[in-house]
Design a protein around this ligand. Sequence first.
Ligand code: C2O
Length: 471
Amino acid sequence: MKIRPSAHRVSAEYMYKYNLATDRMKRLPADDPRNFMQQANVHCAYCNAAYDQPGQGALQIQIHKCWLFFPFHRWYLYFYERILGKLIGDPTFALPFWNWDHPRGMTMPPMFVEDPRSALYDRKRNQKHLPPAVVDLGKTDSTDTLQLVSNNLTIMHNEMIRCISDPLDFMGARYCEGSEANPGEGSVESGSHTVIHSWVGDPEQPTSEDLGNFYSAARDPLFYCHHANVDRMWYLWQRLPNNKLPNKRITDPDYLNASFLFYDENAQLVKVYVRDTFDNRRMGFDYERIDLPWVDYRPPPQAARTKINKVVDAPNAKTLFPLKLDGVVRFQVDKTKKGKADEILVLENITVDASKMIKFDVFVNDEDDNPSELDKASYLGSYAQLPHKPRSGTTSTSSRIRLRLTDLYDDIDIGDDDAIVVTLVPRQQGPGVTIGGIKIIENPTKPNPTAAAAADADTTTTTTTMIRFII
Ligand code: C2O
């Protein structure tokens, strides 16, 4: 079993080995499929419309913004890691993960930035975000370190626990042969994952290279360390005894049988399947145990009732959508039932310019006209997309997000209202973000009582394990 270590905690000996392996990968002949640039281009090909869906006309293959996101990147790192191991003759070599979900890991890991001669170094990064700059998962541009850490932990709690009503909310929307690309990203993909890309990418480069644009992202060795943590979020989510989901596995055969092609450590082309990615231990790797301060980082309840009364004259969403989002906007959305119902907020047909970094935040019943802090109960979630190139001839992509409201209702004073007040706050704005519709639906995923009971029985062990890493 390979144990992937936290990048901020590795030994000098580990850094030496990792650097050596990466250096050897960069020195392989340019036409060797294991060469560093070739590996980077594998990622580019799967996200910049290099492949068609066979027999489906102009439909492209895209592994982002859909349920292929986690399985694809898990396989991608799997082979990259094996190639590195092979190049230094160490089959136990494991990639480090950038522990940006923990306060001790919220800066770029030192080994990637300290020495310009290192194979792990890349000059195309935002020079203002080198250590000691603290990661800004909310893209708020706050300079207050404590506020940033608090925002980051709240965001992780939201993406991993609070906003999730069914597995697709976490994994990404269904995407099969014959469907349009970009049906919708999962919570981590759309949130922390995308924001880290853009936070590291260099604003002085034409299109935020390297990490800030999909085509160039994997040219920065830090990409693999970032994605090891993204993968770790999947591994953790599977084990969280949270959110009463009846089942965290997707069983659709179209999903299980989806496949990708990669070159392995012997430069052999291999075909691998989504169905073989669910258990990382069966794939031969595990993660170093680190405490998870975001698990219980739920914002304190807030009583905003009196102030909310002031804004109930906000217009109803029905009169505003489709909405062109060009500033802070506030409106009412009708609930399915009065009070604390089990509900989800759905934003549909979010159409954005694919070549731009976009992010906006969603608040519920917030009293501020322009809320900026994310570590509070009224913050529901965010949408973010990283620039990329869609099929030629198109410039925009369109997707959806779903944000579970149920836990938020427990934290704000919802009373027996039959509508909520939603505030959308753009953080980074390309021209022309349009949101087709917004609505509240009842949560269709009912916790299955037997599965829930079984899960509870199961949780005895899971919880103990989890608690061991929550110190
Ligand atoms: Cu395939 Cu983070 O990108």
